[in-house]
Design a protein around this ligand. Structure first.
Ligand SMILES: *Cc1c(COP(=O)(O)O)cnc(C)c1O
Length: 714
């Protein structure tokens, strides 16, 4: 930050501080300030103000410092910033004034906060990022703990054969919104864990997420052996040994990092099982202070909250006992228990034999556990019943809190303006109150439709600009230009499908009956097109072949340019897609989609969902805010299920969606369609925002853990 301070004129000196607090990213006024500073550079840096302030010419900065309109805007933003940081009058402080001195430690393997900090791979990371942002908005005493991955998650390249290639870029950390934590002597702080007999050290990066900090561990430091330096280089790119080492660093190293920083949470929230070793470290601390193992477990359980995220068995980390022994040999002595007792804490029968399962460990040592939608809660209770042999599935203590999305992050500026205009200036504060959303009835159809068309044009030009840049930079052949959306028709009904390419999400389902799809897409008067995007895990060969399959169809002239596959899906692209397509498609194999969140992003922007009744949509669909594919039936035979669901999609498109979309009145407005858009916003925004979600986490889980801790002290 200091290297920038010299360059920035005093009059706008605090703009650097603003760039280093991701608060700017969800505050329209602050985004507007950076955009105004240097628009071409703002676009070139993909909205990265830290990089922008590095690259901007001193002359431009001087110019801004002398521009009275800029200065006025700057002062207004800084005032808003200071008011926010004072942290007064927030929901948490008003509701729980007596709990202001508590802290929630939230641990996650990934955080999707902004594309300038690529330390996420998909929905799990976006959820953590949104969770952290909303915790700030509501004034929760909250700290996040995660990893800095200097090579991040990979960038996806699709060569002309369509087989995904993973490209890793070294992140220029000086261009990311992170600063190292320093000790009292101005030296970088270190935290260490013992990994199979050798200490491994990590630096702690500080990310400012509004009012709260997020700390990221990074093992790329001089004191480490080369192999250990690489430990946190990449997200999900190692074998199971790398993974257990990472998880020890996150769980145990993360606890030590907070202690070193003088932060002592009363709630420890594990977002997914990756960080579950933190419970062991908590027990070790208690035992070292003289508690018995049993007493220590009781204390740790009261303070621990665990959220499970997947009903897919292979999605839960499990390590062979030999690996666990290699890394925890001796540690169980410190807990005061035997090897057998230790292994039993995570013991679980996997398809390949007995192993140490991180979800089982987390469930065993957390007082409160939850799934991420009602349906997922139910599935999780059945799935993990064996952890409570004396209980029936219904009695298993796994509750559910349905996911949400951070509204100010995901709502388009144009839609934000509509809300300002028709819902009143305090809509953001009251966003989880369904009553205020009734006022959407006052938005004229024409205005709603105009805003949507503007966002659709923005999406189309975003896609073209990406292709054009790739084309100019050389190295891609003409077919790639064609498959990347250049043939899309800005007027045609546009379906979006973008997410990780895990096989259960059935990305190719809509191609099951090619002839029937072709008829839908190529209709001369009522054309339809589909935009796909998404990465597959680098080791997921079936996932990659789904991408290739769609890529080849996109190339096929028989589909006439009505299919596009956009490479390198990320948060930046997700915003354009979930704001600018006409329909959001999701067709997972029920009940594998624990929640799903991309459809919520679409819904709040008035983009109706066309989705299987799985995850959040089983709760969100109300008959008037989009479409349900099939019913809630689950067939044991996958082929029959696919046939049934694909048919349902075709039928909905042919009989309802396409006719409604193209049914225009004299003014060219599809009145029936606009009604569905309005209903989508009205019904989904109050329910599927992180506002409702964080209030539930706080009231149902965090506060209980905080109060349980108090009785412990007494
Ligand atoms: C929202 C989001 C996701 C989650 O999408 P689902 O359809 O819920 O799986 C994944 N990746 C990115 C980049 C996102 O923005």
């Amino acid at each position: 930050m200091s290297h920038l301070n010299d360059k920035v004129p005093e009059k706008i000196g605090r703009i650097t501080e603003l760039a280093y607090n991701l608060w700017w990213s969800w505050t329209p006024e602050a985004r507007g300030l950076f955009r105004r500073l240097d628009y071409p550079l703002w676009r070139k840096t993909l909205h990265n103000p830290v990089q922008m302030l590095q690259e901007i010419s001193p002359a431009k900065l001087q110019e801004a410092a002398q521009d009275s309109i800029f200065i006025r805007q700057y002062n207004k933003v800084m005032m808003l910033f200071d008011e926010t940081m004072k942290n007064r009058g927030t929901w948490f402080h008003q509701t729980y004034p007596e709990l202001g001195d508590k802290t929630i430690g939230y641990f996650s393997f990934e955080f999707g906060l902004h594309s300038s900090l690529p330390i996420y791979s998909g929905g799990l990371g976006i959820l953590s990022g949104d969770h952290a942002k909303e915790a700030s908005d509501l004034g929760l005493p909250f700290v996040g703990v995660g990893f800095m991955y200097p090579q991040g998650y990979f960038r996806q390249r699709l060569p002309s054969h369509g087989w995904q290639e993973a490209v890793y870029h070294q992140l220029d950390i000086s261009q990311a919104p992170v600063l190292p934590m320093l000790d009292g002597n101005g030296h970088e702080m270190r935290v260490s864990v013992n990994l199979a007999g050798r200490p491994v050290h990590a630096r702690i990066w500080h990310v400012r997420v509004g009012r709260n900090p997020l700390f990221l561990l990074d093992t790329d430091v001089d004191e480490n052996e080369p192999w250990d330096r690489e430990l946190s280089a990449r997200l999900y790119a190692g074998d199971s040994e790398t993974r257990i080492r990472q998880e020890i660093m996150l769980g145990i190293g993360g606890v030590r990092a907070l202690r070193a920083l003088g932060i002592n949470p009363s709630v420890w929230h594990m977002n997914e099982g990756h960080s579950a070793f933190l419970t062991l470290e908590g027990i070790r601390e208690q035992v070292s202070q003289g508690k018995s193992f049993e007493e220590a477990v009781t204390i740790v359980k009261k303070q621990s909250v665990f959220t499970t995220h997947t009903p897919v068995p292979a999605g839960h980390d499990a390590f062979g006992f030999h690996l666990v022994e290699q890394y925890f040999n001796g540690y169980w002595d410190e807990l005061g228990i035997s090897r057998e007792r230790f292994l039993s804490l995570g013991g679980h029968e996997e398809e390949w034999g007995m192993a140490f399962n991180m979800t089982v460990l987390a469930l065993n040592l957390s007082g409160q556990s939850n799934g991420v939608s009602e349906l997922h809660g139910k599935v999780s209770r059945e799935m993990w019943q064996e952890v409570w042999p004396s209980k029936t599935a219904d009695e298993v203590p796994i509750s559910s809190i349905t996911n949400g999305v951070h509204v100010s992050t995901w709502v388009a500026g144009e839609v934000h303006n509509i809300f300002d205009k028709y819902l009143g200036p305090s809509w953001l504060d009251e966003q989880d109150n369904p009553a205020i959303w009734q006022r959407l009835a006052e938005v004229p159809d024409g205005e709603m439709w105009e805003v949507h068309l503007a966002l659709k044009r923005k999406l189309m030009s975003f896609l073209r600009e990406r292709v054009r840049r790739r084309w100019v930079s050389g190295g891609n052949d003409p077919t790639q230009v064609l498959t990347s959306g250049t043939l899309l028709d800005p007027e045609a009904l546009t379906i979006g499908f973008a997410r990780r390419f895990a096989t259960y999400k059935r990305a190719t389902l809509i191609f099951r009956d090619l002839q029937r799809l072709q008829n839908i897409l190529l209709d001369t008067h009522r054309p339809v097109q589909i935009i796909f995007a998404g990465k597959s895990h680098p080791a997921d060969e079936p996932g990659k072949s789904l991408i290739q399959h769609i890529y080849n169809l996109a190339k096929h002239n028989q589909l006439g340019g009505r299919i596009a596959f956009i490479e390198d899906y990320d948060m930046h692209m997700a915003r354009y897609l979930t704001q600018g397509v006409d329909v959001w498609l999701n067709n997972p194999r029920r009940p594998r989609e624990a929640s799903g969140t991309s459809g919520m992003k679409a819904a709040i922007n008035g983009i109706p969902n066309l989705s299987i009744l799985d995850g959040w949509w089983a709760e969100g669909y109300n008959g008037a805010n989009g479409w349900a594919i099939g019913d809630e039936r689950e067939f044991d035979n996958h082929d029959i299920q696919d046939e049934f669901d694909a048919n349902a999609i075709y039928q909905l498109l042919e009989e309802e969606i396409v006719p409604l979309y193209y049914d225009r009145d004299r003014d060219g407005i599809p009145r029936g369609w606009v009604e569905i858009m309005r209903e989508s916003m009205r019904s989904c925004t109050p329910m599927f925002g992180t506002r409702r979600m964080i209030k539930e986490y706080t009231t149902n889980l965090y506060v209980k853990a905080m109060l349980a801790g108090e009785t412990e002290l007494a």
